[in-house]
Design a protein around this ligand. Structure first.
Ligand SMILES: *Cc1c(COP(=O)(O)O)cnc(C)c1O
Length: 424
C-alpha cells in the first residue's frame, strides 16, 4: 500500500495521463504534489498521509453541505439498496425536478443529464434546433465544459471568430462559436450587428466562476437580454456552478434578467453525477421524443444520484437564512485575506457571491478575462503552497472559485485567515 502523496502520484503517472482524471487536479499551475484524498468529514479533507485540510474546494462546488453529510449519505445508501440503475422512469427524478422548478420559476421543464458538459452541450443543440440557426456567442474566460463548440476562445482581443483552445477541435466547428468580452456589451453588439440573423444563442456564466470569480454587471446582462430579444436569439445562463450556490436561485438572486435556458450541475447532485437543463415548455419540447432535437443518456436521472440531489436541495430549501450565513462567512474570509495582504503591502481584489468567493493578486478590479490574466500568477502559486502547508486547501489555480459549505465553521475561517497572515 502506498502511504504518501508523492509515491501515490508517481504510481498514478503510470496509469493516467498526467497522473489525473481531470487536468487541474495535477497542480501544474501552482507546482507541488497534489494530496491524495482518503476521506472528507464536514468542512475537512484528510489525505492518505493523515494530514487534515480545511476544504475550500468542495469537489469544485457540489458539496455545499460539506463532506459526508448524514442526510445525503443516508439517502444514497437507502436508494442504492433498491438497485443502482434501471434506465426507466423513477419518482426520484420527478421529486428532484419539482424542487429545482419550484425555485427557478422561470423554467417549465427540465431534462437530467450526468455532467455539466453534457447539459451545456445539449442546451446549445436545443437552442440551435429551436431557432434553426448555427452560430453561438460565448465569452472569453467562461468555461462551459469541454464539448467541441465551447472549447473555444478568441486568439486575441481583436479576433472575431473563435479559434479552438484545444487540439482536436475542428476549426470548422470553432468558426460557429463567436467570442465576445465579458462585461463588454459593445463586443456583443458588434457580433449581432454583423451576424445577428444567424445567432442561435448567447451562453454565459452570469456569475463567472472559471476565470476566478467575476460577476457580470446588471446593465451588461440586461443588454444581453435586449440584444437576444431584438435578434430572436436565446439567452442561456450556465448555472452549473452558481445554481443553488450563489443563492438558492443562483444568479437569479443577483439579477432581474431571466434567461431562456438554464443549465445546472454540481450542487443539484450533492456530489453525485447529476446535471440538467431547463427551459420554457415551447423551447424544451423540441427535445426528443416530442421534438426533433436528439438527446439521450444511459445513466441520466440515475436514482442514487437523484437521491443525493433531493437530500441536498431539501436541506438548502428548508434551512432558513442558509445563504446569508454562508455569504457572511465568505465575506469574513476574503476580508481577512485582504487585511493580511494590506499588512504586507500586497494588492488584492476580492469578490463574493453567496457561498462563492474569489481573490486576485492585482492592483485593479477584475471585470473580464484580461483583468484575470493580468493578476500575479507567481504570487498566487506561492500563496497556495503556503496555505496548503498550513492545512488550508484552496483550488490550485487563480482561475477558480472558492466555496464555503455549511460545515465551514467560524473557527475554520479564523484558522484560514491566520494562515494567510503567517504565509510569506
Ligand atoms: C463545472 C462547470 C461545467 C462543466 O461541468 P462538468 O460536470 O465538469 O462537465 C460547465 N459550466 C460551468 C459554469 C461549470 O462551472
Amino acid at each position: 500500500m502506498t502511504l504518501n502523496n508523492q509515491a501515490a502520484f508517481d504510481a498514478a503517472q503510470k496509469l493516467f495521463a498526467g497522473g489525473v482524471n481531470s487536468p487541474v487536479r495535477a497542480f501544474k499551475s501552482v507546482g507541488g504534489t497534489p494530496p491524495f484524498i482518503d476521506r472528507g468529514e464536514g468542512g475537512y479533507l484528510y489525505d492518505i498521509e493523515g494530514k487534515r485540510y480545511i476544504d475550500f474546494v468542495q469537489s469544485w462546488g457540489p458539496l455545499i453541505l460539506g463532506h459526508a453529510n448524514q442526510s445525503v449519505i443516508d439517502a444514497v445508501v437507502r436508494t442504492a439498496k433498491k438497485g443502482l440503475s434501471f434506465g426507466a422512469p423513477t419518482l426520484l427524478e420527478s421529486e428532484l425536478a419539482e424542487l429545482i422548478l419550484s425555485i427557478y420559476d422561470c423554467l417549465d421543464k427540465l431534462r437530467f443529464v450526468s455532467t455539466g458538459t453534457e447539459a451545456v452541450m445539449t442546451a446549445l443543440r436545443l437552442a440551435r434546433g429551436a431557432t434553426g440557426r448555427d452560430l453561438i456567442v460565448k465569452f472569453r474566460g467562461c468555461y462551459h465544459g469541454h464539448s467541441d463548440s465551447l472549447l473555444v476562445e478568441a486568439g486575441s482581443g481583436a479576433a472575431t471568430f473563435g479559434a479552438p483552445s484545444s487540439l482536436g477541435v475542428p476549426s470548422d466547428f470553432a468558426k460557429l462559436t463567436l467570442v465576445a468580452e465579458y462585461n463588454d456589451l459593445a463586443s456583443v453588439q458588434k457580433l449581432f450587428d454583423e451576424r445577428g440573423g444567424a445567432i442561435a444563442c448567447v451562453v454565459i456564466e452570469p456569475i463567472a466562476g472559471n476565470m476566478g470569480l467575476v460577476p457580470a454587471d446588471e446593465p451588461f446582462l440586461q443588454g444581453l437580454r435586449a440584444l437576444c430579444d431584438r435578434h430572436g436569439a436565446l439567452l442561456i445562463f450556465d448555472e452549473v456552478m452558481s445554481g443553488f450556490r450563489a443563492a438558492l436561485n443562483g444568479a437569479l438572486g443577483w439579477t432581474r434578467v431571466r434567461p431562456d435556458i438554464v443549465t445546472f450541475g454540481k450542487v443539484i447532485g450533492g456530489g453525485m453525477s447529476v446535471a440538467a437543463l431547463g427551459a420554457k415548455r415551447e423551447i424544451i419540447d423540441n427535445l426528443s421524443p416530442i421534438g426533433k432535437v436528439y438527446q439521450a443518456g444511459t445513466l441520466s436521472g440515475n436514482p442514487v444520484a437523484m437521491a443525493a440531489g433531493v437530500a441536498t436541495l431539501r436541506t438548502l430549501i428548508d434551512t432558513p437564512n442558509i445563504y446569508d450565513t454562508l455569504g457572511a462567512r465568505a465575506q469574513r474570509l476574503v476580508g481577512g485575506f485582504a487585511a493580511a495582504a494590506r499588512e504586507k503591502n500586497i494588492a488584492l481584489q476580492t469578490a463574493v457571491r453567496g457561498s462563492m468567493f474569489g481573490f486576485f493578486f492585482s492592483g485593479k478590479p477584475v471585470r473580464d478575462f484580461d483583468g484575470a490574466l493580468a493578476s500575479d500568477a507567481a504570487r498566487f502559486a506561492a500563496f497556495h503552497g503556503a496555505m496548503l502547508k498550513r492545512g488550508v486547501y484552496l483550488a490550485p489555480s487563480q482561475f477558480e472559485t472558492g466555496f464555503i459549505s455549511t460545515q465551514t465553521s467560524e473557527a475554520m475561517i479564523d484558522e484560514a485567515i491566520a494562515a494567510a497572515r503567517s504565509a510569506p
